[in-house]
Design a protein around this ligand. Structure first.
Ligand code: ACM
Length: 544
């Protein structure tokens, strides 16, 4: 693992006090990630943001004003608060008509920004205008404007003076509706502050789903009313024997709101019927033998299962799914379903169908790991493809080839039955796989996932042959068997998660590794200011 050069931050900080000084890192050439659908930059004639630049939200719709306040909070500290020329205020959010000299955020019925999350952004000397059909589109326009501003805008308490924005016309919309990151808070517990930080970094790159892996053999991580032992007993361990922990109901509700403020939907996962040992430690009667169990702090998988043939199991799941569904405004509930090694196929299939019915009864849509492809499901289920198989469809080894074809056939069968797919191939975008042989953290059972590997994949004949619309998105899981701190989380996620964000958002024609890696290298000054502990790989940072 290579570490970040902290000296750089000090150099930047030292320019802070002087007003009107040209930014140390000019905003041009721009380095936008994800790359927008179209961007036409002018040679000159940009806009200058000062402490007196108003943010105007014509019509004043609440959700659009809230996006204006996000922008005000971003640029306020840099150009306003404490600045010698300033009124010591953040730029004001007004709700009157558009005017010159302003940053205008407008909800509009303009036809070319009506796709979900689409926006248009124009920067010219007279002002900045972001237009969208939805507040989400305005938010993504603001994130693009943020990347057009010099990285110093990220300081929360520095006086950096007016900020230059290059002149540009951008029209943008995402490729996929589901652009996700998964955080395993079960193997090692990560609490509110760590998850907030992850959400903040996701928002900068237009990711819009946070999948929380809330339970596993090593720990149960969310309070369920009526089942106190899940947390007083089941949450008190983690891999390696640390103290564990859990999200209280208030914590979970707070995170759902914090994510929603960033247009990110939380997708809760309770992994079942396997990966459930921690719940069985708390409630041995949920197992078929009823025997007391010791907490498990290792990293084996596949050994635990709920007793799928007793009704008490489904009463338990009804409470758990119901409690989380009631606190989750998003449409989805993830039932896990992976790596069950102690049940017959019939037992597994019956269980998954009953879990599916409970999810539906609580008003949510089912998501599960790709093992559930082997079970007949209601139309509209979502499968998360994690097990590498499409490279093996042409493997010289016939047994491997046969396994891959069986896997592919099950997935295609599910798609024909109305299922959607999220791509999370372990051999490309599992962020817990080591980057290379020098990576101290992480595992390597799916190989090394280099920064290029995590970006440059996905256009394969098998995926291309799927019906239009079958793939709804991409999600990068970060399992935490070897990850115990926020610094470790960030070192594994960054920069690879950024490549996943671009693959999820940018249209296929704009994906290009050589172009991307230059834009990626240019994110580093912003990350230094944000304090993000990214892994500085030579294939990117020796190239700039
Ligand atoms: C998984 O990696 N077991 C989904």
């Amino acid at each position: 693992m290579r570490s970040v050069a902290l000296a750089f931050v000090l150099v930047l900080a030292s320019v802070g006090a002087s007003a009107h000084q040209a930014p140390l890192i000019p905003a041009t050439p721009p380095a936008l990630i994800p790359s927008p659908r179209s961007a036409v930059f002018a040679e000159s004639g940009g806009f200058v943001v000062t402490s007196r630049t108003p943010i105007v939200v014509p019509g004043g719709a609440d959700e659009a004003v809230r996006v204006g306040e996000v922008l005000s909070a971003l640029i306020g500290p840099g150009v306003g608060v404490g600045h010698p020329d300033s009124l010591d205020v953040q730029p004001l959010v007004e709700t009157g008509p558009p005017r010159d000299g302003a940053i205008v955020l407008a909800l509009t019925d303009r036809a070319d920004v009506q796709a979900p999350e689409a926006y248009a952004l124009t920067v010219e000397p007279a002002g900045v205008r972001i237009e969208a059909g939805t507040a989400a589109g305005l938010f993504y326009g603001v994130q693009t404007l943020r990347q057009l501003l010099p990285p110093e805008v990220e300081y929360s308490a520095a006086r950096i003076g007016p900020l230059d924005v290059p002149a540009v016309v951008i029209l943008d919309a995402p490729r996929y509706p589901w652009r996700g990151a998964m955080l395993d808070v079960a193997r090692h517990f990560f609490g509110v502050a760590a998850i907030e930080q992850y959400l903040d970094h996701m928002a900068l790159y237009k990711l819009n789903r946070l999948h929380l892996h809330l339970s596993d053999d090593q720990g149960w991580r969310v309070e369920i009313p009526g089942w106190p032992r899940l947390t007083t007993v089941g949450a008190q361990n983690e891999v390696g024997g640390g103290p564990g922990g859990y999200l209280s109901t208030a914590d979970y509700e707070h995170l759902v709101r914090y994510a929603a403020d960033r247009f990110i939907t939380v997708v809760p996962e309770i992994d079942m019927p396997g990966h459930i040992h921690a719940a069985l430690v708390a409630h041995p009667d949920l197992s078929c033998d009823g025997e007391p169990r010791e907490p498990y702090t290792g990293i084996r998988v596949g050994f635990s299962a709920l007793c799928v043939e007793q009704e008490a199991t489904y009463a338990f799941l009804d409470d758990v799914i119901g409690a989380l569904a009631a606190r989750t405004p998003g449409a989805w509930f993830h039932i896990g379903g992976d790596e069950v090694q102690t049940l017959s196929h019939e037992q597994y299939a019956t269980f998954v169908q009953r879990a599916e019915a409970l999810v539906a009864a609580h008003g949510k849509r089912l998501v599960g790991w790709d093992e559930i492809a082997g079970v007949p499901l209601q139309p509209g289920a979502t499968l998360q493809l994690w097990r590498p198989f499409w490279d093996d469809l042409t493997h010289p080894d016939s047994a491997r080839r046969a396994r891959a074809h069986a896997h592919a056939d099950a997935v295609v069968g599910a798609v024909e039955g109305g299922a959607h797919l999220i791509l999370s191939p372990a051999d490309r975008i599992y962020l817990d796989m080591k980057v290379d042989s020098t990576t101290a953290l992480g595992l390597a059972w799916a190989g090394y996932n280099g920064v290029r590997d995590a970006y440059d994949w996905g256009e394969t004949p098998w995926l291309d042959a799927l019906p239009d619309g079958a793939i709804i998105g991409i999600e990068a899981p970060l399992w935490t068997e070897t990850i115990a701190t926020v610094a470790d989380l960030e070192a594994m996620a960054f920069p690879r998660l950024v490549g996943v964000a671009e693959r999820g958002w940018s249209s296929r024609e704009t994906l290009d590794w050589d172009d991307y890696r230059v834009r990626l290298a240019r994110q580093a000054p912003r990350w230094h200011i944000l304090g993000l502990n990214y892994t500085r790989v030579p294939e990117v940072w020796n190239a700039d």
